[in-house]
Design a protein around this ligand. Structure first.
Ligand code: SF4
Ligand code: SF4
Length: 488
């Protein structure tokens, strides 16, 4: 028997807890648990006579992934899951920017906005791909983004109408989300979301009205945007659409998130999933904002604090904290069945690359026409491999991160959540111990000596990571976030 490389054991409120990043099990680490770990470390495990109680505990520790059989090579297993995620063929995801145009002028925008809409030839190319996917895949996931996608709503409705007919004809599963600034999300748009199965909406609020309106400004207008967006979020929630509210923070607005939460409560928006976004100078276009950005570590701690506040203020506590889940690959860029489509039909792997011709992998109008350079760009993303990076091979959260955002250069970027993991786990302990799990002391005592007291059950190793990441976790709540909010 071996100790898992992915155990994280921590003290909290005079107890010891154990988390395993391969299975994401969270358990109370009893004295008996710690003794078994010690015996394995000291190589005395096989010399100690086992009672039935010990056997049960050992079984539970194996189930939680805290100890593994000698023959089980965890790193190789993760590599297998990584390849399985990258090359699985039962899930197709497409992120579509129907326009680059935007009605807002945000200082941290990573896209150079320009007026450009899709023509019929591009729309036909997209339809060919989605029809083909519907014929062959079990699940199709579409993400609308931009620019501001609702400036091209006729394109969205028209393409969605076609997509619906393909999935109906071939029996594929279909889901769709939209990333919008929310300003144009009126009753008509919401009616069409319902009609075209756009069941998840992500909008951005950067603070209370005064702060938000100074950052999320309309282009060529001084009209405020905050109150319009709040009203639109309410309409969407009332219509049964899942709404994620992203709050982009940097040094300028990190102090006003509590005030924003109070406003959301006053407007009865606690059904929304609220989360923080890290403002970063992602492209040359927005590099002037570097000085105001928070470091990864500062951002991660702010994220954990924010989740505590959400719980304290009575937001839907089952969403929070944003509990880690294992992943096979990081995003749509490093998997074979994902594409990002620009308004001119250019195809990319990464949400950030859109409008960068150097990273284009072809055009949807004629995918067969890809040249050597574009093929290599695609191959570079898909073969992104954290297992060749020493730091990742040794990292105890590799199953949660898989090397982070797969830049083409095999340069790894640790996920922000790495820096707030222990805080997140502590919040989870508080939430679970507060609502009854293991809260009965007598029962807890008994379980500690017989079975392992799991606060979060392990994901079985067979299930781990087969749910492929779609889209960009940096920009969309669909990745790396609780799956719960999608189920509204
Ligand atoms: S995480 Fe986002 S930015 Fe990074 S490669 Fe993937 S899609 Fe691109
Ligand atoms: S990128 Fe960082 S957090 Fe992710 S696996 Fe590698 S070392 Fe770990």
């Amino acid at each position: 028997m071996k100790i898992s490389k992915y155990n994280i054991i921590f003290d909290y409120k005079e107890k010891k807890f154990a988390f395993n990043s391969m299975t994401c099990a969270l358990a109370l680490a009893s004295d008996a648990f710690l003794k078994i770990i010690k015996e394995i470390e000291m190589d005395t495990f096989n010399k100690v006579p086992r009672t039935k109680i010990h056997q049960d505990l050992i079984e539970d520790m194996k189930k939680g992934g805290f100890i593994v059989d000698d023959c089980f090579d965890e790193l190789n297993f993760l590599r297998f899951k990584n390849l399985q995620g990258k090359f699985q063929t039962n899930h197709f995801s497409m992120s579509i920017a129907p326009t680059y145009t935007c009605n807002f002028d945000c200082p941290y925008c990573y896209e150079k906005t320009r007026v450009e809409f899709m023509n019929q030839e591009v729309m036909d190319g997209i339809c060919r791909e989605v029809k083909n996917a519907a014929r062959n895949k079990n699940k199709i996931d579409i993400a609308w983004y931009g620019g501001e996608p609702l400036l091209a709503k006729d394109t969205i409705w028209s393409l969605s109408e076609k997509f619906m007919s393909y999935v109906e004809c071939y029996g594929a599963d279909y889901s769709a989300q939209i990333i919008t600034n929310g300003y144009l999300m009126d009753a008509d748009a919401i009616e069409n979301f319902l009609k075209y199965k756009i069941s998840r909406v992500q909008v951005t609020l950067d603070g209370p009205a005064k702060v938000h309106d100074a950052r999320r400004k309309l282009k060529n207008s001084s009209k405020p945007t905050f109150n319009v967006i709040i009203k639109n979020i309410k309409k969407a929630l009332d219509a049964g659409i899942g709404v994620a509210i992203r709050v982009n923070i940097d040094k300028n607005n990190e102090h006003c998130t509590d005030e924003l939460l109070d406003i959301l409560l006053e407007n009865e928006l606690q059904k929304a999933y609220v989360y923080l976004g890290h403002v970063k100078p992602s492209t040359d276009y927005c590099k002037s904002i570097s000085d105001t950005c928070l470091s990864k570590e500062d951002y991660a701690l702010k994220f954990a604090d924010f989740e505590k506040t959400l719980i304290k203020k009575g937001f839907n506590f089952q969403y929070y904290p944003n509990y880690p889940m294992p992943k096979s690959n990081y995003c749509s860029a490093d998997s074979i069945n994902s594409k990002v489509i620009a308004p001119d039909g250019s195809v990319y792997k990464c949400w950030h690359d859109i409008s960068n011709p150097d990273m284009c992998i072809g055009n949807i109008v004629n995918l067969a026409g890809a040249n050597s350079k574009s093929i290599m760009t695609q191959v570079g993303y898909i073969l992104f491999n954290p297992f060749v990076v020493d730091k990742c091979r040794k990292c105890n959260v590799l199953p949660l991160c898989m090397g982070g955002c797969p830049t083409i250069s095999n340069k790894v970027t640790c996920q922000n959540s790495k820096y707030s993991l222990i805080e997140t786990l502590k919040i989870k302990c508080d939430v679970l111990l507060g609502v009854g799990a293991c809260s009965d002391n007598a029962a807890e005592e008994k379980r500690e000596t017989t079975r392992l007291c799991f606060l979060v059950d392990p994901v079985t190793t067979h299930d781990v990571a087969v749910d492929q990441a779609a889209g960009c976790p940096d920009y969309s709540a669909s990745c790396g976030s609780p799956k719960l909010w999608w189920r509204l």
